[in-house]
Design a protein around this ligand. Sequence first.
Ligand code: GLC
Length: 795
Amino acid sequence: MFGSLKGHREQDHTIVIEFERKNVLIEIIEPSIVHFFAPIATERRASKAVENLTVNPGVFSVDLQNSQLVIKTEKLLIHVFDEFVVDVFDTAGNRLCADYRGSARPFVRRGSGEGLEVAAEEGHKLEAEKHRLKIQALKKMEKDMFFYGLGDKTGHLNKRGYHYKMWNTDDPSPHVESFEAMYKSIPFFISLKEKQAFGIFFDNTYESVFDFGKENDDYYSFGAVDGNLDYYFIYGPSVKEVVGGYTRLTGTTPLPQLWTLGYQQCRWAYTPEQRLREIADTFREKEIPCDVLYLDIDYMDGYRVFTWDRKKFPDPEKTLKELKDQGYKVVTIIDPGVKKDKGYAICDEGLKNRYFAADKDGVPYINKVWPGDSLYPDFSNERVRKWWAGNQKIMTDTGVAGIWNDMNEPASFNGPLPDDVTFNNDGVLTDHREIHNVYGHYMSKATNEGIKNATGQRPFVITRACYAGTQKYATVWTGDNQSLWEHLRMSLPMLINLGLSGIAFCGTDVGGFGFDCTAELLSRWVQVGAFTPLFRNHSSIFTRDQEPWAFDEETEAINRKYIQLRYRLLPYLYDILHDEETTGLPMIRPLLMHYQDDPKTYEINDEFLCGENILVAPVVGQGERARMVYLPEGNRWVDFWTKGIVEGGQYIVRDAPLDVCPIYIKEGSILPLYPVQNFVGEKQIKQLTLEIYPPEKGRESNYVHYQDDGSSFDYRSGAYNLYRFSALRSEDGSIRIRLEKEHAGYKMAYESFKLVLHHMKPSRITANGELVAFEVFKNQATFKIADLADVRIEI
Ligand code: GLC
């Protein structure tokens, strides 16, 4: 396609390479991030994921040597050959990623004629997907290569051996490993081999495919039905650095409001108003913390978005105000489909201003969703995004605290949208094939902007469909799972891979959406939910109740226990998301992210790290009352429940009665904790608790804690406090703990600190030289100090 290499020119950080038949671009974004672009469909590229890119190429050189171009950055060595064949090495010459020299050789599916017909008659789905790829890159597969990322795909953590498709899909049948496409399209993956990691972000919004050696073990590949060959190579060598690089390109999740980390209760549907209030009252009566209640589609008047059914909610403003007084924030669903209905303001306005996607003749396109015949706002048009953003005020003025964007793949009940439905694409007219995968992305962007403009607070948007970069605008959930043990199991790799794909704030429907939950399944699911960023219980219409009290006393007590634990952990979780705003590191992480030198972590599907300090090994099988836990090598671990110390680098068997989720704290951790509250803001937190798991002798551990008002953007102009806590353990076993402030900008600073010191029986404690009273219970010392201090603990 490209022909032989003819020459090159440099323009700032861009190298234009001239081939016989086509010029291509290589941009050095950073020493370890390189962008490859071959214009196939369009000369110009307009990424929908990468905005406001900062380019820091460092020093690099370009040389033509024996008819190959050699590009050297401070981190990478790139060889470019005829036909735009590219090999990438690290600076020591280790090959990281090389173009495969042969051509594609898909495996054979055997069987023909009558055999296929009778199998199809029985209901077997035998149609192999035909992808008609216009763009394809084949890369040489190496032994021991592991693959991660790709957003919310089903299956396991490591994607080697599988094939996936990026085409946002709403399929409510039970999600299983054989699903190639899901609700989200995040065309980004990470490869890990012999402790070296790199990522590839294929920035193409058309239907695209990824094959990690399913087709043939000699190569892995990515390709698309149209668009350009447009991808970024992001070098590690650590997975952390790859995720950091990817989120510098596509953005990180902005720090959310603190209450969004509280427990959230959803249901299709809490209507009428009386039912919603019943739910609200029950949480408070039973002292089960809850911050957020959801209204699903039934609150609307005939499913018309931005309206209320006045029979079910006669006075929504009053209802929402009273719920707010009880500490609740109400989030309402808003789907994209606008009911085709003359006299309905949103429809009339949209038609008048040509805000809807149109068929090839310019006639507004109609398909069916909940309201019946519906129109699809063209969110790829900035004017439409502004209009949609403005509409959010209708909801926020009523007291709505956040918006839930659903059905934005976009879903359609009357067959898929035809390819030729036209979209404005910010002035460069295109069709459905290019916009489909970014429809939800643009909808979230508009919703986010609207809430921000209307409230001035950090917006809370939750979306089902997304593309790379949507993390800047919304949190996501994994769509219509079911109350199945397999879906609880699968939620872990799905959420971990979402986190590795830049989506730091994500969750699954706790308890499962479709089908009927059981007491045991809910008990185990809430144990996972407590450690996932978005902690929302949701279930479908016509399924059995699934609130924390819906089963028996034991289940209710287990729900209370883990939801309360979540509220104690809030400052820790908030710290993770604060760090994430700059590092891009998610809350829920695979063990390999912090233990990349330990290959035993590479395929652990059923354990995860919540931040760096907490390892969660939940039970995800019915009837299981013990499980094997792998504790990674490199440090020791403290059993959260028994406080027993366990060496890393081994498999252990941990008892796990129904109310116990095995949790391990990394030795040396300093964990900030809040008291239990029924909702965020119920108590004014004047005292911070610090649980200290002392480091080994001779070691020091550090923890940085962040505090702000939890809701506004004032932190961006300095209205926050940053504390640094450190614990240094001497050879004689004594400990020096320092509580210092690195930044003082938020006026409601803590007035005191409660320290809980594990594995210590001190003889004397002083703070700034003054004696401090303390209590010892079992193997744990507790004491309070009035302010920041230099604390010495002698044994
Ligand atoms: C979709 C959503 C689900 C919601 C339902 C009704 O199935 O995924 O969460 O409850 O629509 O709005």
